[in-house]
Design a protein around this ligand. Structure first.
Ligand SMILES: CC(C)(COP(=O)(O)OP(=O)(O)OC[C@H]1O[C@@H](n2cnc3c(N)ncnc32)[C@H](O)[C@@H]1OP(=O)(O)O)[C@@H](O)C(=O)NCCC(=O)NCCS
Length: 149
């Protein structure tokens, strides 16, 4: 595979991003309402939104994305970056695209002055965890969620 370019998502990436997003939702068996998908894409493009997205492009085709939320927090003066969604097209996996997306975020952390980049994953997501373990060790955090519906 030729070299991977990681860059901020642009308006012209909408159909590629939507197609990858469908794959990501399917991976999680999640049904995301069209209006939520539309709103997420709108937020990605909005420079005033805390939501951002970087895409991985090879030879002009987008193969993966990282959707993130950069937010304030109570433990640091600097903002922190939450990597919310990471996805690579199944046919393009194991070529380092996932690693390139995380590496880009690590560099952005240094450049932007974020205190950290963090994310959660399912305990049994072995493929993702093999990749993540190359960057850092998982901590002992356990997630609790109260849903409104
Ligand atoms: C997790 C995910 C994003 C990883 O993407 P990826 O592009 O395959 O990641 P990488 O190629 O960087 O790393 C994956 C593997 O390829 C290996 N690899 C990295 N660079 C490589 C290269 N140049 N050549 C061959 N293999 C390579 C890595 O060592 C890693 O090892 P593994 O094969 O033992 O798992 C992808 O599997 C995915 O989208 N999964 C479904 C959604 C998901 O689980 N998202 C994360 C939710 S938290």
């Amino acid at each position: 595979m030729n070299s991977v370019v990681i860059r901020a998502a642009l308006p012209g990436d909408e159909s590629s991003w939507r197609s990858l997003w469908r794959g990501y939702c399917k991976f999680y068996g999640a049904v995301v309402a069209d209006e939520v998908t539309a709103r997420t894409w709108q937020r990605i493009l909005d420079p005033d939104s805390a939501v951002m997205c970087v895409v991985a492009e090879v030879d002009g085709k987008v193969y993966g994305f990282a959707n993130c939320v950069v937010h304030e927090n109570t433990w640091e003066i600097q903002p922190v970056c939450y990597l919310e969604d990471l996805f690579v097209l199944p046919s393009a996996r194991s070529h380092g695209i996932g690693a390139a997306l995380i590496e880009w975020l690590r560099n952005a952390m240094r450049a932007e002055g974020w205190a950290r980049v963090y994310w959660v994953t399912q305990q049994d997501n072995a493929a993702a965890r093999r990749l993540y373990d190359r960057f850092t060790q998982a901590d002992s955090t356990v997630r609790y969620v109260i849903a409104s519906r």
